[in-house]
Design a protein around this ligand. Structure first.
Ligand code: ATP
Ligand code: MG
Length: 337
């Protein structure tokens, strides 16, 4: 990716699972987690450090994810988390401008909350950019063309399905299915099939190491530990790729159905462009092995996974930030709030 002049401005991709902050050509990636003192409210830890405390801390410390399904659910903690990350990344920089991505298809109140959460920090101005537009730019697509492009951003909490043309979202919807639902589906599957209680971190490991939406070449397996609820003893078992495919099939079909229904709504000209060029997948959830292939078969349309799919939104928002002044006559890509 070619970046313009590196400014003091900052871009933020505020996600359900991860917050990515772009500053001067570099992206800092932190879990969207904050830990605070339960009694006096002071912040104890942020990001990776706070995530490590999840499920392991005493009552005196509360660990929270301030976003759920792509939207802010705890405004005060979201403000403090954003402020903490900004201080960490750009501490000392006087009042930068901040570009922040928002999912498409969210309400005005939810957009306002994102804006206000950033404004609570010492910054100059806040600009909003729709995540699919930023993601397309981050995947090196030219969003200014009069040509329909379809992008599906599968994050941790939600799935954004968008058709873009001339720098704007023509059709955009947010579906409440994300990588977290795949993780939960594995937890439920292992309980149902193996009477085994496993934690979220174990399920994440299975998903990333042997998980698949389309058959892997080898039916790989992973040895995991859990608690057998029948024998009431800890146990180790092998989980196979094919089992994960079974656990995920309902979710992949739901995503395919949502994309199909977005395609049904598409104006004919745009639909023709998308049928020719295919659909681009971005977001960490899209990195599930074989998901692009599975969707291609379900939909009968070419589906591609972007390179470094989880970083596309931050990369694109960062690129727009660095070129913001040159783009000021072309402001359709972002809006000031
Ligand atoms: N290799 C992988 N295989 C499967 N899933 C993956 C992989 N890498 C990351 N993920 C999943 O991606 C999800 C996080 O994606 P991402 O960071 O794009 O979400 P987010 O931007 O925080 O959330 P959202 O955009 O929904 O608000 C998690 O559920 C994680 O388990
Ligand atoms: Mg995201």
């Amino acid at each position: 990716m070619r970046f313009g002049t590196l400014t003091n401005d900052v871009a933020i991709d505020l996600g359900t699972d991860n917050t990515r902050i772009y500053y001067k050509g570099t992206i800092i990636d932190e879990p969207s987690v904050i830990a605070y003192d339960t009694y006096d409210g002071t912040i104890v830890a942020l990001g990776k450090e706070a995530e490590e405390m999840m499920g392991r801390c005493p009552d005196a410390i509360t660990v929270v994810k301030p976003l759920s399904k792509g939207v802010i659910t705890d405004f005060d903690l979201a403000c403090r988390m954003i402020n903490g990350f900004l201080n960490k990344v750009i501490g000392g920089v006087l009042k930068p401008r901040v570009m922040i991505s928002v999912p498409c298809g969210i309400t005005d109140v939810e957009r306002r909350a994102v804006c206000d959460a950033v404004k609570a920090s010492e910054i100059r101005d806040v600009y909003l950019i729709e995540a699919p537009i930023a993601g397309a730019i981050g995947a090196n697509c030219d969003v200014s063309l009069a040509r329909g492009m379809m992008l599906v951003d599968i994050g941790g909490g939600k799935c954004n399905i968008a058709a873009i043309s001339l720098g704007q979202t023509v059709i955009g919807r947010s579906v409440k299915i994300g990588g977290g639902d795949f993780t939960n589906a594995l937890i439920d599957y292992v309980m149902e099939k193996h009477d085994m209680l496993i934690g979220e971190q174990t399920a994440e490991k299975i998903k990333k190491e042997v998980g698949c939406a389309f058959q892997r070449d080898n039916n790989d397996s992973i040895l995991i530990g859990g608690y057998n609820t029948k024998t009431r003893k800890p146990e180790k078992i092998l989980i196979y790729s094919e089992e994960t495919r079974e656990a995920f099939s309902g979710l992949t079909e739901k995503i395919a159905a949502q994309i199909r229904s977005a395609l049904d709504e598409m104006p004919t000209e745009l639909l023709g462009d998308i049928m020719e060029d295919g659909i681009l997948l971005i977001g960490g959830g899209a990195m599930l092995y074989g998901l692009a292939k599975k969707l291609r078969i379900e939909l009968g349309v070419k589906v591609f996974l972007a390179e470094n799919a989880d970083l596309c939104v931050a990369r694109g928002a960062g690129s727009v930030t660095d070129n913001m002044d040159k783009m000021s006559e072309n402001t359709y890509v972002f809006t000031k709030c």
